[in-house]
Design a protein around this ligand. Structure first.
Ligand SMILES: Cc1ncc(C[n+]2csc(CCOP(=O)(O)OP(=O)(O)O)c2C)c(N)n1
Length: 278
């Protein structure tokens, strides 16, 4: 199916659409102050998890998944129960993390996703340990800032030395809260991974590019992909950095035409209903 470009792109679009309309519903509730605890919106950054989830599902692999605080789109892309995430964000006991994790710590044994503890990049170490002991295919999503943590570097070194079946995905939105990458460092993720003798790629969040790089070697050797994304909202909450950022979701919707428009409308209505119902 990965060779059938249109089906692949539409399937990824469907996953991304669930994420986008979910986040739009959360956004409305933050603005109305119905949700008052810190929320980490992933709108604008759906295409990395949505594409990787589609590739993994085509390959019929169920990886262990370790995300950071910005995890809604990871959970939704990999098939996490939407009702349970809504309940989690409403603080209900039957939420995916029993109403105790909130936005930051999304946990689901159904999809093998392990909740984050809030310590940025700690998921790299915990995921590496989980993979080392189980030898199961593992995906670790971190931010471009988390990659700068010393313990994340130690994890990369170990993963490479032990040739673990891990995919590190650096969701590179260019920001550590408000500080841009070029104020923080003079190296790129790809060069760093290469220094540890890891296979590494750098790309935009274009689904065909991501699949081109990952379809052959996924989990065959330790790999790091740095995927450039654009966040729509601030680090936390519903404020915006600037208007008119490049929006991969809208670009793909336009590219895919009528089928994508119909999916988008259908999923928008479904998300609205689900949020009202739960
Ligand atoms: C060890 C540690 N240091 C600092 C923080 C405060 N903090 C929370 S998120 C964040 C930036 C994270 O940026 P990145 O990893 O790129 O992820 P993004 O928020 O962009 O998705 C910082 C500095 C933290 N949670 N943990």
């Amino acid at each position: 199916m990965i060779n059938n470009k249109r089906n692949f792109s539409l399937n990824v679009f469907e996953r991304a659409s669930i994420c986008r309309h979910f986040e739009n519903e959360v956004y409305k509730r933050i603005v109305k102050k119905e949700i008052e605890f810190p929320v980490y919106l992933s709108a604008g950054q759906e295409y990395a998890p949505a594409t990787i989830a589609e590739i993994v599902s085509i390959k019929k692999i169920k990886p262990l998944i370790f995300g950071q605080h910005r995890g809604h789109s990871i959970y939704l892309s990999f098939g996490g129960d939407i009702n349970k995430l809504i309940k989690e964000l409403k603080g209900k006991k039957d939420g995916c993390t029993y109403g105790m994790g909130g936005s930051l710590s999304i946990h689901s044994m159904k999809i093998n996703m392990y909740g984050h503890d809030g310590f940025m990049g700690s998921n790299a170490c915990i995921g590496t340990g989980a993979c080392f002991s189980s030898k199961k295919p593992t995906i670790i999503f971190i931010g471009d800032a988390a990659l700068e943590e010393d313990y994340v570097l130690a994890s990369l070194s170990w993963v490479s030395k032990k040739k673990l079946p891990i995919l590190f995905v650096v969701d590179d939105n260019n920001y550590a809260v408000l500080t841009k990458k070029d104020e923080r460092r003079d190296w790129e993720a790809k060069e760093l991974a290469k220094a540890f003798k890891m296979q590494s790629f750098d790309m935009m969040d274009d689904p065909m590019k991501i699949s081109k790089y990952l379809k052959k070697s996924l989990f065959k050797k330790p790999t790091l992909v740095n995927i450039h994304t654009q966040r729509i909202f601030w680090h936390a909450g519903a404020g915006k950095d600037k208007e008119n950022v490049f929006d991969r979701y809208l670009q793909q919707k336009k590219l895919l035409g009528r089928k994508a428009d119909l999916l988008d409308e259908k999923i928008k209505k479904r998300m609205k209903l689900l949020w009202e119902k739960n």
